[in-house]
Design a protein around this ligand. Structure first.
Ligand SMILES: [Zn+2]
Length: 59
């Protein structure tokens, strides 16, 4: 499974949403309310349909 790493620098200023880019097909979308230090299994629902893991951390 591919992995990507996101930080607070990748979040929108006005809301708690992280910009996600699929590591397979580069489809972009936002996930809301990420929790620092958590990892998420995401599915590229609007793109290739593949699953990947996102790590979200503060730094
Ligand atoms: Zn994709």
């Amino acid at each position: 499974m591919e992995k990507i790493y996101r930080t607070y620098e990748d979040t929108e200023v006005s809301s708690i949403a992280v910009n996600v880019e699929c590591p397979y097909c580069k489809e972009e979308w936002q996930e809301s309310d990420p929790v620092c230090g958590e990892s998420y299994n995401l599915i590229c629902e609007d793109g290739c349909g593949k699953e990947f893991k996102m790590y979200f951390d503060a730094s």
